[in-house]
Ligand binder design. Sequence first.
Ligand SMILES: Cc1ncc(COP(=O)(O)O)c(C=O)c1O
Length: 421
Amino acid sequence: MGVIDFYGSSFCLIKSNTNLQQVGLSPRPSCSFGRNQKKLVAMASTIPVEQVNKFPQQLTGDSFIREHLRKLSPYQPILPFEVLSSRLGRKPEDIVKLDANENPYGPPPEVLEALGSITFPYVYPDPESRRLRAALAEDSGLESKYILAGCGADELIDLIMRCVLDPGDKIVDCPPTFTMYEFDAAVNGALVIKVPRREDFSLNVEHITEVVKQEKPKCIFLTSPNNPDGSIIDDKVLLKILELPILVVLDEAYIEFSGIESKMSWVKKYENLIVLRTFSKRAGLAGLRVGYGAFPLSIIEYLWRAKQPYNVSVAAEVSACAALQNPTYLEDVKNALVKERGRLFELLKGFSFLRPFPSHSNFILCEVTSGKDAKKLKEDLAQMGVMIRHYDKKELNGYVRVSVGKPEQTDILIKCLQKLS
Ligand SMILES: Cc1ncc(COP(=O)(O)O)c(C=O)c1O
């Protein structure tokens, strides 16, 4: 890898980390920089557009796209609220949105106040998110030098892969789980080795160990609580996996709802552990995109080098800091959701065609049984203005996932399910 400096001569300087080479090339105006620039601008302005556009007929734009990306299936995100609202013919406030594990209580009031008083929106944000990382250090008890913030945990998943994986490297994924790991691996040209979870959604450690030995994957993505079933990873299991020669990325996006302590501080002890967290769920900031991760010092250095400099916007940083200023609100909202999770679970159990799974998170996975079609159930509920998530993947065919909402949202969902019984 290197840089090609082309100064308009018939030679090209290729800089790499180790040497400087001269390569004979005939100058092409379209790739010239530096001293030739003035001349080229003048040239470009005199060429008629039709001539410039003499693009070889047999070439189409997608021929420039990297081979592995041409085969990529697009990630299927949820519909934006406004689009959903016009499709369903309902006002956004009349939609019961239980399909994306968002926090229906939203952020503490301090967040909107802070957003309204941003003084320098025209200045780029702090590339090191210093204020936020200091606040996170206080919140987590882990020094800020171990913490890096991102545009959602999603950005950090991609950033880790960009830093760790060469094309053709392998990752271990344990489905059913968050599909972003598989998607980002594909974007980064990596191969995914799937080690499915057991029927009770626990990890198959023996199989993981075998795969690590045989296939030598670079990293494994683990989620605790796991999305979509809400199960947690036992410490003993995690310790066993940490003994393997593999980078373990532990995604704790929903940890606050589990009553279990985050493993962020473990990164001081385990050189092969990264822990990811987010403000999307705990602080109701999914729309503002703030995530963070705890990294061993030997790893974080490279993420700093490779990340986009302004990955956390002023609005995102201000919001996250303001949210952390009101821990009582965050705690109250979490308690309300955990309480509602218990009530929702009991109510769902009352339907003969649903088998809900106990969850440590802010959602409940249900198997749709008794001959009822899971996809139709999702569609019928959507017609009534209630959005839930439906799965048709191999590991979860015939399942739906319901996010925990406010009590009044649960009540509407239950009434609709009764109508469909
Ligand atoms: C397990 C898991 N990790 C990460 C994320 C993404 O978090 P963020 O909104 O911070 O990008 C999600 C979002 O649903 C998730 O389910």
